[in-house]
Design a protein around this ligand. Structure first.
Ligand SMILES: Nc1ncnc2c1ncn2[C@@H]1O[C@H](COP(=O)(O)OP(=O)(O)OP(=O)(O)O)[C@@H](O)[C@H]1O
Length: 366
């Protein structure tokens, strides 16, 4: 456990209750209710314009909800100004002061709060260690690389030990390799400081990598909240399944339902078992999703769940994507890991059978 963990404030719990936000006659946020737990790495994930930043700005106090309440540890903070909330924000463009050194940037917020000089020096040194920039405090901030500047921005936001840190696409200006290493770094910072992180991104892989829980948003509403596993493996509706990763959609008819599993009949006539969202009672015609990596293609047999013809093969180094046109005309993709070098075993025009194990199919809400 690091020094900063022992001295950090505990992460705060954020409650968003019935939040609506109108800009003129445009509704950016439509009745969002979310409970973000203390010490959680929570991500708001969704396409551009779905209202993620607006929600974050309402937690920070830069925007006021048209309706609804923002709670921190159970107390209504809707009426507090941004600087009265124990909440800090890290922006995409870092917003550092170019004429100040690294240490002056990190200590800036504490100076504004009128903290004693000795305390500022001590916290800045802790923060430099925390973000692995020891010894760089005297450098002009402009001499640092993009990734290092982002770490300074993080250190500056963490220095006053907020209860909640808001991060608005903080990694999007970095190149892919740096972004990946900063994802691991951010997760470490969150674990070491114990501060609640609310992270905004439109990058699903980033969300899956770092988050304890994810809220998937669309058009001002929250479509599903859950762990990365829930969101990826048990998407409740088409938008979530489509937005997170690649997937196959199959039409099916419900044959029977027992406990939390359903038997469904695919267009091939084969029957498979599928799970379904807790608030759904499946019946009649449904859509079932199967992730490409959960399916296997091979020579067709009498018991294959699906059958079709290979119409494209895409080699991606680690994986090969085998695109199949099913007998009913539906497109289906199988992702096969390239465990050995060499040919994937299929050619365009091959007839294949497709199977998957019993626990991978999920019925979507209508
Ligand atoms: N001050 C404002 N005045 C009018 N419309 C606004 C204002 N702020 C945001 N909007 C609109 O509200 C919607 C949601 O914007 P928001 O920035 O929250 O989306 P976002 O999901 O964060 O998108 P992005 O990923 O592109 O940042 C958008 O259609 C945006 O144009």
């Amino acid at each position: 456990m690091t020094e900063s963990r022992t001295t950090a404030a505990h992460g705060g719990a954020i409650g968003l209750h019935g939040i609506k936000k109108w800009f003129g006659n445009f509704q950016a946020v439509d009745n969002v209710t979310l409970d973000i737990r203390p010490n959680e790495f929570f991500t708001l994930l969704g396409p551009s314009g779905c209202g993620k930043t607006t929600l974050l700005r309402m937690i920070a106090g830069f925007e006021m909800p048209t309706e609804g309440q923002v709670l921190l540890d159970g107390s209504d903070i809707s009426g507090l100004l941004p600087n009265q909330r124990p909440v800090n924000t890290v922006f995409q463009n870092y917003a550092l002061f170019p004429h100040l050194t690294v240490a002056e940037n990190i200590g800036f917020g504490l100076k504004m709060l009128g903290r004693p000089k000795a305390e500022i020096t001590s916290v800045v040194n802790d923060m430099l260690k925390l973000v692995h920039l020891d010894g760089r405090g005297h450098n002009p901030v402009t001499q640092l690389s993009g990734g290092q500047q982002q770490r300074v921005a993080l250190a500056r936001a963490l220095a006053p030990r907020p209860k909640v840190l808001l991060l608005d696409e903080p990694l999007s200006a970095l190149d892919l390799k740096l972004r990946k290493s900063m994802q691991i770094e951010l997760k470490r910072l969150q674990l070491e400081t114990g501060i609640t992180f609310v992270f905004v991104t439109h990058d699903q892989e980033e969300a899956l990598t770092m988050s304890d829980r994810i809220a998937v948003m669309s058009a001002g509403t929250v479509r599903q909240v859950g762990s990365p596993w829930d969101i990826y493996d048990r998407p409740a509706e088409r938008f979530v399944a489509d937005f997170i990763g690649e997937t196959n959609f199959l039409s099916a008819d419900v044959v029977s339902v027992a406990d939390n599993r359903a038997r469904v009949r695919l267009s091939s006539g084969a029957e498979i078992s599928a799970s379904f969202p807790a608030d759904v009672t499946p019946n009649g015609s449904v859509t079932v999703v199967v992730r490409p990596e959960h399916a296997r293609a091979g020579a067709p047999t009498g018991t294959s769940a699906l059958r079709g013809v290979v119409h494209d093969i895409v080699y991606l180094g680690t994986d090969t994507h085998v695109h199949v046109r099913l007998d009913d005309g539906t497109a289906f993709m199988v992702r096969q890991q390239n465990a050995r070098s060499g040919h994937c075993g299929f050619s365009k025009g091959d007839t294949v059978g497709i199977d998957f194990s019993d626990d991978v199919a999920q019925i979507l809400r209508d």
